[in-house]
Design a protein around this ligand. Structure first.
Ligand code: TRP
Length: 374
């Protein structure tokens, strides 16, 4: 893979992702200021992840807002593949989901795909289910409203999922799956079937209510191919296509190429990391956009665009627009040194995690309230 190349599918994220090119490749629409203003009319303020284009593109958001303005309320659907512990990057779509839920007062369905992780990886099924229950604590900890939120675990809710998935499966051919995901003949048949499972919550509210209910799916952009396929099929089944809003990835600590992996401890900050671990990881591994020597740094300044500590602050940890602008300017001008920037980020990350971990402990008792019975 050359420097300009990159690959984004649900199962491989590689290279230095150019998000503008990705919009063209995927055929999504960029989120522009006209759309942001339209959202703002309903929400009063804009989430910083919208203003900063962390959620950077969409499908059919204008259609969704048309419906909303005509009195048709939408619901939200998102999910998590419990491959391992959750890190800060995994929280991003859930934090945004919580904001959407509050602003639009929407019902929310969250799918935990233990089956998917089993089909694609090497551990026992039970381990993914267990990991899913751990991840659910993180998801609840972002503050989702138990009255509005349902969490489905695929192996617990297999009846509802299977009985609807077959309608998608019937309309998905092997060749379509191959070209969407890059699979070949050596992939197992569960992997071929899986997309039809992930499609179900996008129509589930409509199935239940016996009438079409618009659906909005916030997701990391790698998940788009699943829903490109699902969106083609929904109208054939008599349902609306779900609208989608896509987020960028938080980079791995080592630098902007690719997505963080939960299999490598040192590439990410996990939601359960303690303060000292966070400090050590950032100091040792976080890629710096600073100059080689102090003198050069003072003279030419640092590059916030490639500095991982800055990116974590920008994308997640420093919602205050004035403060983030100040950090940007100070770093670029050379006043703020890389080590100092790292310290700001460590402090912010630890403040964030202290709150999160407290909520996560409380979430343990609440899990039952969120799970639904098949
Ligand atoms: N496949 C996703 C993952 O591996 C999990 C998932 C299921 C999901 N349904 C979703 C993610 C809907 C976003 C939106 O993480």
């Amino acid at each position: 893979m050359t420097k300009e190349e990159f690959l984004v599918t649900p199962y491989t994220v590689e290279g230095n992702i150019n998000y503008e090119k990705l919009i063209k490749k995927f055929g999504t629409e960029p989120i522009d200021n006209i759309l942001l203003n339209r959202i703002k009319k309903h929400t009063g303020e804009l989430h910083f992840m919208l203003k900063r284009k962390i959620f950077f593109c969409h499908r059919d958001l204008n259609w969704l807002l048309n419906k909303y303005e005509n009195g048709e309320k939408f619901y939200i659907y998102t999910g998590r593949g419990p491959s391992g512990k959750m890190h800060l990057g995994h929280l991003l779509p859930f934090l945004f989901t919580k904001w959407l839920q509050d602003k639009f007062n929407c019902k929310t369905i969250i799918q935990i795909t233990d089956d998917e992780k089993y089909l694609f990886n090497n551990k026992k099924l039970e381990e993914y289910t267990k990991q899913g229950l751990e991840n659910i604590k993180d998801i609840i900890a972002v503050g989702l409203n138990p009255k509005l939120t349902e969490i489905m675990i695929d192996t617990y809710n297999s009846k509802t999922l299977y009985n609807n998935a077959i309608h998608f499966a019937k309309r998905l051919t092997i060749s379509t799956i191959k070209s969407a995901f890059g699979f070949n003949d050596s992939y197992n048949i569960g992997q071929y079937f899986y997309t039809s499972f992930q499609a179900v919550p996008a129509i589930l509210e409509s199935v239940r209510q016996g009438k079409n209910i618009p659906c909005l799916i916030p997701l990391g952009v790698d998940q788009d191919p699943h829903f490109r396929l699902a969106r083609d099929i929904c109208p054939k089944l008599g349902y609306y296509k779900p609208a989608i809003i896509h987020s960028r990835f938080l980079p791995p600590l080592q630098g902007i190429e690719g997505k963080m992996s939960s299999s490598k401890e040192e590439t990410a900050i996990f939601t359960t990391d303690d303060k000292e671990t966070v400090r050590k990881k950032v100091m040792k591994y976080a890629f710096s956009g600073g100059r080689k020597t102090l003198e050069e740094h003072r003279k030419y300044g640092g590059n916030p665009e490639i500095d991982v500590s800055y990116q974590y602050l920008y994308q997640l940890l420093e919602p205050n627009d004035k403060k983030i602008k100040e950090i940007h300017e100070e770093y670029k001008s050379g006043n703020l040194l890389s080590g100092e920037l790292k310290q700001i980020m460590v402090k912010k990350a630890n403040e964030f995690l202290e709150k999160h971990q407290k909520a996560r402990r409380k979430a343990e008792e609440k899990i039952e309230k969120f799970l639904i019975k098949d």
